[in-house]
Write a protein that binds this ligand. Structure first.
Ligand code: SF4
Ligand code: FES
Length: 250
């Protein structure tokens, strides 16, 4: 593409749902007209608006490259990362930007992620190893196990799946898709020794059995992770563990 095409600017209307609970009675929409190139991300578009028109907009970001999970929001009604989304690729010149649904709004596009991280902490999101048999060098993992774990370890904890889940919306105790996916990620990791303990943590009404497999989480995930597969995997592991206990073989 030549330089002229790269630098050509197009006008967009960015409608941002604004809300400061300390000041406003209710959320309201505010429109901003802005000129950006075809390669400008939504995050950079929001920065441009803040620099040129309204510095009072609040949003959360960090890496600007789709790895930290901070900039998840609702973009034209769909979950996405602002730093990964280009307005020019959305097929419309009017872009609606809202905070993640269900989570309490702190201000504008910034939500309180505490409920999400509380659920994550509940499943012990860290490797539990056999300290009595610590290896001399690194913990070894087979390539096949690495591949199996990797499809879930790529979670960037953005909260999109959690905020899209209708079961999360209706049961505040439900662990939710991200926490359950991370539970499965450690259950299947051959270096982790806490399988039974982990399965016990999710074997409950507020754990795997609350999932209604609506697939909202799969659609919402900006990293292509399938939490429903992980939840089904956990259910299978729990069933196998129960059969083994009955047969007294594990
Ligand atoms: S599973 Fe996907 S949507 Fe859910 S927190 Fe992880 S990266 Fe975000
Ligand atoms: S700023 Fe890190 S994912 Fe967007």
């Amino acid at each position: 593409m030549d330089a002229d095409k790269l630098n050509k600017e197009y006008e967009f209307t960015i409608k941002i749902k604004r809300y400061d609970p300390q000041v406003d009675k209710a959320p309201y929409w505010k429109d901003y007209k802005v000129k950006i190139t075809a390669s400008t991300t939504l995050l950079d578009t929001l920065f441009k608006i803040m620099e040129e028109q309204d510095p009072s907009i609040s949003l959360r970001y960090n890496c600007r490259s789709a790895v930290c999970g901070s900039c998840a929001m609702l973009i034209n009604g769909k979950h996405g990362l602002a730093c990964k989304t280009k307005p020019a690729e959305l097929g419309t010149s009017v872009i609606k930007v809202e905070p993640l649904p269900y989570l309490p709004v702190i201000k504008d596009l910034v939500v309180n992620m505490d409920p999400f991280f509380e659920k994550l902490r509940a499943i012990k999101p860290y490797m539990i190893t056999d300290e009595a048999n610590w290896p001399e060098k690194e913990f070894r993992q087979s390539p096949a196990n690495h591949r199996a774990v990797d499809q879930y370890a790529g979670c960037i904890l953005c909260g999109a799946c959690y905020s899209s889940c209708i079961t999360v919306w209706t049961d505040k105790n439900y662990l939710g898709p991200a926490a359950l996916t991370q539970a499965y990620r450690f259950v299947i990791d051959e270096r982790d020794i806490a399988t039974k303990e982990r399965l016990k943590l999710v074997d409950s009404e507020d754990g795997v059995y609350r999932c209604h497999t609506s697939f909202n989480c799969v659609e919402a995930c900006p990293k292509g992770i399938k939490p429903t597969d992980a939840i089904q995997g956990l259910k299978r592991k729990i069933a196998v563990q129960k059969i083994k206990s009955l047969l007294r073989i594990g």
